[in-house]
Design a protein around this ligand. Sequence first.
Ligand SMILES: [Zn+2]
Length: 462
Amino acid sequence: MSHRQFVFLAGLFLCSCGDGPGTASDGTGQNVVLITVDTLRADHLGCYGYFRPTSPRIDALASESVLFENCTVPMATTLPSHVSILTGTWPIEHGVLANVAHGGMAYKPTNALTSLSQALTDCDYATAAFVSAKPLRLNSGIDKGFSHFDDPNAPQRRGAVTADRAIKWLAQHLREKNEQPFFLWVHLFDPHDPFDPPSEYSSAFKAGAGLEAYLQERGFSDASARPGGRMVKTRESHDGYDGEILYTDEQVGHLLDELDRQGIRERTIVSLITDHGEGLGQHAEPGHGLIWDEQVRSAWLLRAPGLSARRVTARVSTVDFLPTLLELLQLPELGAFREQLSGVDVLAASFRGRPQFSQSSARLVEHGQPLVHSVSQGPWKLHWQDQEHRTLYNLETDPFELKDVAASHPERVEELQEILLEHFVRLQARSAKLGAAEEIVLDPSTLKALQDLGYTGAEQDD
Ligand SMILES: [Zn+2]
């Protein structure tokens, strides 16, 4: 076992050191409300430094929460990202590498890999999900384990519709089964393309000097092409997109207000997570699915009774949401469930951050584009396609990934590549044990690179 692997395992055994508040004051399990916002760039929220007032309600939540400043998603694609959030595993482990409509497999639980919804249902929680768009509808498998699952009949629906339905369910649940803790997941989709907010939000933001400075600093192009060729104008996109965020922020506010109105704030953990960002023309990309930071950075807020508000700078992943939540919940029945988790409790006193990974599998599955992985550690981020196609960025001096410095830092490239390949080897072995992914989850060029560098099948069993 390498030193790095030992540190990884040691981290797992230190999970029980968290400062979680445990059960609610009356001894019952705490409620969990998870709000996932689709396609919302972390850097378009006030609490993450945005210059436009897009997010007063989310900012207020942030002021009462632990805010993770450096959180990434393993994939900037809706279904794989959500499966990682709800199972605490990486895409190579759960095997969902694209949305179902674009050739990905549906999430399939096994005896060794299941989701938070099933785990909490087994702990006698009421579990309910309200999703807003096609990638998370019933055929995605994400409904597995929820006792109540509510999806739209159309490709998508407005956040207000989803939030209202969730609020009605919550009110009914509290009326009828007030003693039974619940897990409520609400997915809001409005910031996703097309950017056409309701009329009262459509003129909330107009391009001006502030936007020009923002675009200039990040090297945006004036327009960019969606897969299929549709051209998208960068400034118009920003105005419409930010209007959608402001609208979504209001829906988040409605949900939070309802928790207060029902008097359950003191026994309810709230987490808001974005499943990925959006290019909007940065790196000449209008959409998502790639590994640039603007696409894989996630906003993650966590508010829990007894947990002090603070900002965490260490590198974390949305894969860490589940183990962190479980440490707060302190449900002894979930001991076996924890064995599947690849994430770690990032509120543990011993946690100092760890390398983070993302991959662009959906672009390969959907469009035949090269599969690119990233690994970030300290200030460095490596984009890795294979041994011939590697670029390196120093995010401390170049936070917007504008200058490839691989040629002048070959030792960093090798070091990060080794971390990435060890990650592959570890996950391949775990994937086989979890039994959820199809047999081959790494693409041929990655497998070849592993072989070329001496990683053999025998090592995978370590
Ligand atoms: Zn999404």
